[in-house]
Write a protein that binds this ligand. Structure first.
Ligand SMILES: [Zn+2]
Ligand SMILES: [Zn+2]
Length: 252
């Protein structure tokens, strides 16, 4: 099987003009997020082409939006035509992490493509190699990060009788996750929400006034990393997270 076609169901260049088999022109403008990123994303979409991360989830993810020249720009020095290398057909949207991981990538190719068709073959091969490399680096980095963070509880925050701090956390972490549970967490009630879920931030009427009761009597256990919360539920409470029917309907 062609390695470059694995992953997201279809080949990344299928949505480019002529299925990525012809030149489109150089992307215009000075910055990736404002100008040339959207010009590339109209063909390859807004997910990182290498790791699949959605770059429009929130402001922070959008900040990580970059554009990668699949056949790297330095290869013009080896004699590959500049108008091919700089074309949108050789560009994909990617995340900052993948772009960094791929900095050290070097083409193992002795032959310089002499036709556009040969260039696109090279691009596809390089894309497959880069994707494999980026995924490998993510795996290593994630393992390192897991080992480090598992030893600390810093990445989990518990809000108890402190609605304003909880509200600040959900505003600061729109991509985060929130477990709603009893003050003494029980495996019977560990509801997992996304930070954006409306049900965890409703006001209630008490003595004629609208008030918040978000962190008392129920408390909120929060993290930007869902695996931390799953681990917490398993090791600290002896249970499993139960997805909220409103915000987590699409999960699993
Ligand atoms: Zn990525
Ligand atoms: Zn919810």
């Amino acid at each position: 099987m062609d390695g470059s076609r694995e992953g997201f169901g279809m080949f990344i260049f299928d949505n480019y003009p002529d299925r990525g088999r012809r030149l489109v022109g150089r992307p215009q403008g000075a910055t990736a997020r404002h100008n040339y990123g959207p010009q590339v994303a109209q063909y390859c979409g807004w997910n990182c082409a290498y790791c699949g991360r959605d770059l429009l989830t929130c402001y922070e993810s959008w900040l990580d939006l970059q554009v990668d020249h699949v056949v790297p720009t330095y290869s013009t020095r080896d004699g590959i035509r500049e108008d091919w290398v700089c074309d949108i057909a050789n560009c994909v949207v990617c995340c900052a992490a993948c772009n960094t991981f791929l900095n050290g990538y070097r083409i193992q190719e002795a032959r310089i493509p002499s036709t556009e068709a040969e260039f696109f073959q090279l691009r596809d091969r390089v894309f497959a190699e880069k994707k494999e490399l980026a995924c490998k680096r993510h795996k290593e980095e994630r393992n390192y990060w897991r080992q480090k963070t598992m030893r600390s509880v810093e990445s989990i925050q518990v809000f108890m009788d402190n609605d304003s701090a909880f509200l600040q956390w959900v505003l600061d972490n729109p991509c985060g996750f929130v477990v709603n549970c009893y003050e003494k967490p029980s495996p019977k009630y560990l509801i997992l929400h996304t930070a954006k879920c409306k049900t965890i931030r409703r006001l209630v009427k008490r003595d004629g006034n609208w008030v918040s009761n978000w962190t008392k009597p129920f408390i909120k256990v929060c993290s930007t990393d869902i695996t931390q919360l799953e681990e917490w539920a398993k090791t600290q409470v002896g249970g499993e997270l139960q997805p909220c029917g409103v915000c987590n309907k699409g999960r699993e």
